[in-house]
Each structure stands twice: as C-alpha cells, then as structure tokens.
Design a protein around this ligand. Sequence first.
Ligand code: ITT
Ligand code: CA
Length: 477
Amino acid sequence: MSAQREMKEKNPWHTPVTIIITVIGVIAIVALVTVGVLQNKPLLQKYKYGIVLDAGSSHTALYIYEWPAEKDNNTGRVEQIHSCKVKGPGISSYASTPLKAGESLRECMQEAEQRVPRKRHHETPLYLGATAGMRLLNMEDSAASNKVFQAVEEALQKFPFAFQGARILSGQEEGAFGWVTVNYLDDRLKQGLETTGALDLGGASTQISFVSDNYDGSESPDNSVTFRLYGNGYNLYTHSFLCYGKDQALRMTLAQQTLSGPRTIQDPCFHAGYNETKNYSVLYDSPCVSKRKPQSAPATFIHEGKGNFQQCQEIIKRVFNFTDCKFSQCSFNGVFQPLLQGPFGAFSAYYFVMNFLNLTDTSIPLETVRDKLSRYCATPWHQVVQQHPGVKVKYLAEYCFSGTYILTLLTEGYNFTSWSYPKIKFIKKIKGSDAGWTLGYMLNLTNMIPAEAPDSPPLPYTGYVSIVTLLAVTHKH
Ligand SMILES: O=P(O)(O)OP(=O)(O)OP(=O)(O)OC[C@H]1O[C@@H](n2cnc3c(O)ncnc32)[C@H](O)[C@@H]1O
Ligand SMILES: [Ca+2]
C-alpha cells in the first residue's frame, strides 16, 4: 500500500514543468490542425461544378462535372466525377402523372447535394435536357409534355443549385453535342487533330455526326452544324433519326409483322421458345407506329420467337426506305449523308448491346460478326435464360433483335462496309467520363470551349519558377 502511495507522489506527470509542456504541446497541435484545415480550405474551392440531367426516352441520368476554378476557359479539363441513374422510366412515361416525374428525380438530386461542396451549390449550374421520348410526347400531346416539364422544373427549383431550365434538345443539338463530347475528351479539338465521328443509339432516336472533307453543308443545310473551337473551324454533318432508337425500331418491326391484326406472330428476331402475350393498344401507342394500327385487331397477340438472323434482318430492312433520295447520296428515308469519313465512336445502346454479345472488337471481320450473331439468335430461349441468370429478362429477350438492328442500321442504313466497319469503336466512357451529349451541352452553355486558341503564356509556370530559382542561386554567389 505505502509503496503505491510513494509512486503516486513521485509521479513525474504531475510536476508543473510537464504540465506546462503538455499544455504547450496541446496548443501547438490545435494550432497546427487549425492551420492545416484553414490552408486546405482554398483547396476545396479550387474546383467548380456543373450538373446535367439527361432525360432520355428510357431513363433519366444525372451527371456531375468538375473543373479547376481558375481555368474555366482552358482545355480538356472538365471531368465527370459522378453519375446517378434515376429509378424508374424516362420522364415522358409520366404523361398521365406528371408530379411523379418531378419526384423521381429527388434521390439523384440529393446525391448531387452531397457530392458538390456546399459552398459551391448556389453557383453550380443545373441543366435538364430531354431527348426523343419528350419529342414524341410533345408531338402526340403537347399539353401533357408541358405539364411534365412544369412538374420537373418545380422539383428542380427546390434544390440549392443555379437551375438553368429544362428543355427539349433538337436532334441536331443532340447529335452535335455528342460529337463535341467525344472529341473534347479525346483532346482532339484543342490539338486540331482529325476528329472522331459519333454514333449514338438511344431508345427512341439515333444520331450520326461526323466531319467529311468533301462536305461543305450546302447540299442539305439542315444537316449542317458549324463550330469554331480553339481556333479551328468545323463543318459537321449530323442527323437524328426519330423513331430509329432501338425501342421504337422494335415497335416498327413488330408493327410490320402485325399489319393484318393476327392473333399470333412468329418473330425471327426473338429466340425460339420465347412466347409472350402482348397488347395491341400498348404496341401501337406511339407516334412512330400509331398510323399503322390494324383496323380490326383483337386486344392481344401472341409474340412467339423463331430465332432466325437472316429473316430478322429482312424484316428490319423493311422499316427503312432506301428508294427516295433527292440528294447526290442518302443514308435512308431520303436523308442526305456525305461519304463516311474517319474513325467513329459508337456509344449508349450500341455499346450495351455489342458488349453483351461480346462483339465490341471491331477487328473481327464483319462476316464473322454476322455468323456469331446468327448463332446467338438461333439459341433456344430457355438456354439463353439459363446462361445469363443475372441479366434482366426484358433486355435478354431483345439482344438478338438489337444486335441485328445495329448491324442493319450501320451497314444498310449508314453504308458502313467490311472495310469501314473496323473504324468503329464501341465505347462507354472516355477517360472516366460517359460518352453522350451531356458534357458537350454543358461546355457549350457555359462557354467553356473558346472559339480561338487561348494565348499561351510566354513561359510556362514551371519554366518561370526554374528561371527565378536559377537567378536567385546565381545572385548569391
Ligand atoms: O436517347 P433517347 O432515345 O431519348 O433514349 P435514352 O437516352 O433513354 O436511351 P439510352 O441510351 O439510355 O438506352 C438506349 C436503350 O438501351 C437500353 N438499355 C440500357 N441499358 C441496357 C443494357 O444494359 N442492356 C441492354 N439494353 C440496355 C434502354 O432500355 C434503351 O432501350
Ligand atoms: Ca440518349
């Protein structure tokens, strides 16, 4: 006991000197931490942010972009830091319940509030661009489309960002901004390199955009977009085919097979053994097919698969018009298209489908690609389901159709050949950012791509520092 007391009394931690040292130490640590935190503060504010909502026909996605604050005008520095897929269908599906369109965005918007530093919220521009789904709804029922926009705007205004409005992009804008995105991310614009064409396959429309040397825009001005970017002029050919996205193209192909209002169809684009009862009124509920609705059809039809690639390609070809062309040359439906040129990046559904089919490698000869797809289409449905337990059945049922549609669109529609097919790259992302129109749209609206090449400083910063250091050192001697 007494030995213990002695130890307590002599405890060196209790001497005044150590107490002072400890207090000073604690103060020093607190001071250090405070300075560290304060010093890091400007670091947090070094970046700016922009948010774009892509309101597509099949779904809405939110993208957050980030760039160095003092380099708004500089090159190739904007990056996607986050994306969020909105749960549920695209906003055009909420025509009869518009408020739900607004509500559906809430979760992703709350994520955005977390991701963008609070201090930047109020100055972060927020855009919503709608594409072919809303174009179709607007054609069908403009009052309903206005209500959807109103609900979506009201929902977005509740967030602390600088909301810049919601609107429908024109097909030209959608095509052109997709092209800007791809070439910006590849650093091709800044460096004035040969550009990459852009192929976008959505659910309701599809876009093709590229620069062709022998195209000056005069033959079909509607397909021409000119840009001046970093001191280079671009004359871009672009076209958006409404109804030729993969969901609407499937509708058109089914409509083609149900013109007489049959009770059963045997569809070569679906696997043998596939068998589903479908509604005529649901199938024909789209401006892409509504005029062709059979007069006296029963309420439903049985959709049976028979898995035949050749026949599938034949019926898909029938939804293209290859005969009328008023121009020197056309892709299809009387739309002008100059000679294909340069490499192409093919994204969105081009990528989803070709990636699933293991066909993203375009060095595989086109004939082999067809053979592989033909074999896949001939696989019985129960076997396909067995082999892909993790894949959504709705997607799974449609890959044979979608793959066949993609090959038909590329070769028969746009005239890609076995020689030019290898110039296509199926891509999802470029340097971490998704390929799509959203980044190009934001760069344009925030004026982040200068028309002229930025003046480069007479000496780069590192060069300046080295010279100053050298002078300082030599001065000493
Ligand atoms: O451009 P629009 O025409 O407005 O449509 P979208 O923007 O909604 O179209 P997406 O590119 O997001 O998707 C195109 C299609 O691909 C489908 N899709 C998405 N993910 C897929 C996947 O993993 N496998 C197969 N299909 C997929 C989706 O349902 C659409 O039918
Ligand atoms: Ca899209």
